[in-house]
Design a binder for this molecule. Structure first.
Ligand code: FES
Length: 106
């Protein structure tokens, strides 16, 4: 599943994520700037926080309570379209989706 990450510099990165895998792993392993994933994917650190810039309708299931809480308390400038990339799994519906790296509070 191909998705795009926009780094803080404006640089666009095309990332191929195996279906069923959270987007964070492929983004981190590809060295997307800002995707640090300190907690290793447990929805606790918000260093994988991104804004959903473009995605097909219904492509992203609503966040669970723990994800929403971490975004609210740990995320840098939480917005309506904030998500933790460790909690969003690659599905065919996400093909071509675009995410802007937002990460955590410093
Ligand atoms: Fe820590 Fe996603 S990797 S919240």
């Amino acid at each position: 599943v191909n998705v795009v990450f926009i780094e803080a510099s404006g640089n666009r990165r095309d990332i191929d994520v195996p279906e069923g895998e959270p987007l964070m792993y492929a983004a981190r392993d590809a060295g997307v700037v800002g995707i640090i994933a300190e907690c290793g994917g447990s929805a606790m650190c918000a260093t994988c926080h991104c804004y959903v810039v473009e995605a097909a309708d219904g492509a992203l299931p609503a966040p669970e309570a723990n994800e929403a809480d971490t975004i609210e308390f740990m995320g840098n400038e939480p917005r309506e379209n904030s998500r933790l990339m460790c909690q969003v799994k690659a599905t065919p519906a996400l093909e071509g989706a675009v995410f802007e790296v937002a990460t955590g509070r410093s």
